[in-house]
Write a protein that binds this ligand. Structure first.
Ligand SMILES: Cc1ncc(COP(=O)(O)O)c(C=O)c1O
Length: 450
C-alpha cells in the first residue's frame, strides 16, 4: 500500500488532516433536528404507512422498524456516492468520506475518544466473536477465568465459552436475583486474580433491566480483569458513554435501534485494538504486503479486511444521529411505556412476569408466561389479532430455566409505539387469559376477535 493509499485509509477512519477529536454534540446538531414527541417519531417510520400498518408491532427487541432517514441515507449513498473507497476518483473519495463521517458519528454516539476505536461489524454477534477470537486468543490461557452471567444472550455466551474451551480457561457464571437484578456484590464474589474477563449485557433481552454497568466495570477492574459489555438491548434505549462506563469493549447492533439489518459495532479501547491480533486478513487492513510479511493498519482499520461495507455504516450513523437528536423525548416515552406496560400486565390473570416489576432502570421489554398457554400459542393468538410479539427461549435458555420455564412470550416496545397499543395488547392478553381459565388447560389459540 503506498503512502497516498495509507493517507486515504486514515481519512476513512475519520482522521482526515486537521480533524479534531470528537466534538460532543456537533454531529447530532448538524444533521438531525430535535423531533418533538412520540407522534412525530412514529411518522418517521414508513412501516406505519405500509399495508399492515394496523399491526401492533411489539417485537422491537428482535428488530426495530427502519426510520425513513436511515432508508434515505442508504439510498442517497448508493445513488450519489457509491464506489470502492479510494483516492483515485471523485466518487471513490466521496465513498471514503461517507465511511469516515459514519465512523465519526458512531464515535460521538458512544462518546469514544477516537473514531479509530469503532469497528463496523454485521451486528453484536460478530462483534463478540471478533473480540473472543482475537483478544481471547492473545490473552486467555489455561487456568484463567472468564466471568459471565446467567442472563447472557447466546451471542454473548457462546463465543466466550468457545474461547475458554480453546484456551483451557474456566467459565464462572453469576446468577441474578429473583427480580432479575445483577448484583455487584455477587459479581465481585466470582472475581479472583485469575479473572481475565467479565462479560455481561448492559440490558438483558429477557429481563429489560438496565444493569449497573459502571459499578460492575469498577469491581472487575479492581481485580485487573477486562470488561466486555453487550449493548444490543441498551444502545437502542440508553445513552451509552464508553468513557463514563470505563469499559474495555462495547458491542451493539444497528437493526435494534432503527438502523439497517446487518450493521453493528465493536468499540474497544485503542490500545487494546493495537495490541490485538487481526481477525480477518486481506486487503485494506495491511500495507507493504509481501509473501512473508505485512504491516497492519492501526486501530479499527486492522479489523476490517476487504472492501468495506459503506452503506450499512452510513445507515447506522443516520440512526445514531436520530437517537442523539431527541434523547429526552426518547427517555420520557420509554418511561411512559414501561410504567403503562407493567401496570396493565399486573392485572392479567395467570400472567407471570419474568424480571422486575419495578419501573426504575428498565426498558419497555416485557417477558412473561401465561398460565395454561404455550408461549408459541400466545404469540399465534396475538398474531391472529394483528399483534406481533416473540415467543420461545429468547436465546437465553439458562435464564428462563432459572425462572422455572423453558419458553416465554416477549412484548417489546420502541419509540414509535403508543400507550394505546400497549393497552390493546394487554386487553387481548386478558381475553386469552380468561379463555384459558374457562377452558381449563387450554393449549390452542382462540379465534381472533371480529
Ligand atoms: C442481549 C443481546 N445480545 C446479543 C444479541 C445478538 O444481536 P445480533 O443478532 O444483532 O447480532 C441480541 C439479539 O437479540 C441480544 O438481544
Amino acid at each position: 500500500m503506498n503512502a497516498q493509499r495509507r493517507a486515504f485509509m486514515r481519512t476513512c477512519a475519520g482522521l482526515a488532516a486537521g480533524a479534531s477529536p470528537l466534538a460532543a454534540g456537533a454531529i447530532a446538531q448538524s444533521f438531525a433536528p430535535q423531533i418533538a414527541g412520540p407522534a412525530a417519531w412514529r411518522s418517521r417510520f414508513p412501516a406505519f404507512a405500509a399495508a399492515d400498518a394496523g399491526t401492533i408491532y411489539l417485537d422491537s427487541a428482535a428488530t426495530t422498524h427502519r426510520a425513513q432517514a436511515v432508508i434515505d441515507a442508504i439510498v442517497r449513498y448508493y445513488q450519489e456516492d457509491n464506489a470502492n473507497p479510494a483516492r483515485v476518483h471523485a466518487r471513490a473519495r466521496r465513498a471514503g468520506e461517507c465511511l469516515a463521517a459514519a465512523r465519526q458519528a458512531i464515535g460521538e454516539f458512544l462518546n469514544a475518544s477516537d473514531p479509530l476505536e469503532v469497528i463496523f461489524t454485521r451486528g453484536t454477534t460478530e462483534a463478540v466473536n471478533l473480540a473472543a477470537a482475537t483478544w481471547g486468543a492473545a490473552n486467555l490461557g489455561a487456568g484463567d477465568e472468564i466471568v459471565l452471567t446467567i442472563s447472557e444472550h447466546n451471542s454473548n455466551l457462546m463465543p466466550w465459552t468457545a474461547a475458554a474451551r480453546r484456551a483451557g480457561a474456566v467459565v464462572r457464571i453469576v446468577d441474578v436475583d429473583d427480580e432479575g437484578h445483577l448484583r455487584v456484590d455477587d459479581v465481585a464474589r466470582h472475581l479472583s486474580r485469575r479473572t481475565k474477563l467479565v462479560a455481561f449485557s448492559h440490558v438483558s433481552n429477557v429481563l429489560g433491566v438496565v444493569n449497573p454497568a459502571a459499578d460492575l466495570v469498577r469491581v472487575a477492574h479492581d481485580t485487573g480483569a477486562h470488561v466486555f459489555i453487550d449493548g444490543a438491548q441498551a444502545a437502542p434505549h440508553v445513552r451509552v458513554d464508553v468513557r463514563a462506563l470505563d469499559c474495555d469493549f462495547y458491542a451493539f447492533s444497528g437493526h435494534k435501534m432503527a438502523g439497517p439489518m446487518g450493521s453493528g459495532v465493536l468499540w474497544a479501547r485503542r490500545a487494546l485494538l493495537d495490541a490485538m491480533p487481526p481477525y480477518h486478513v486481506g486487503s485494506n487492513m495491511a500495507h507493504e504486503v509481501e509473501l512473508d510479511r505485512a504491516v497492519f493498519e492501526h486501530g479499527a482499520l486492522k479489523f476490517q479486511a476487504g472492501t468495506p461495507d459503506v452503506a450499512q455504516p452510513v445507515g447506522l450513523a443516520a440512526a445514531a444521529r436520530l437517537l442523539m437528536s431527541s434523547r429526552d423525548v426518547f427517555a420520557s416515552h420509554d418511561d411512559a411505556l414501561v410504567r403503562r406496560g407493567l401496570r396493565r400486565l399486573r392485572g392479567v390473570g395467570g400472567l407471570t412476569l419474568i424480571g422486575s416489576g419495578e419501573p426504575r432502570d428498565r426498558v419497555p421489554v416485557f417477558t412473561f408466561t401465561l398460565s395454561g398457554w404455550k408461549a408459541a400459542d400466545v404469540a399465534a393468538a396475538l398474531d391472529a389479532r394483528g399483534i406481533a410479539v416473540r415467543a420461545g427461549d429468547m436465546a437465553a435458555l439458562s435464564l428462563l430455566k432459572r425462572f422455572g420455564t423453558t419458553e416465554a412470550v416477549r412484548a417489546s416496545a420502541y419509540i414509535y409505539n403508543t400507550l394505546d397499543e400497549l393497552d390493546r395488547f394487554v386487553d387481548a392478553l386478558d381475553d386469552l387469559s380468561s379463555t384459558s381459565r374457562v377452558a381449563g388447560s387450554r393449549r390452542t389459540a382462540s379465534p381472533p376477535a371480529a
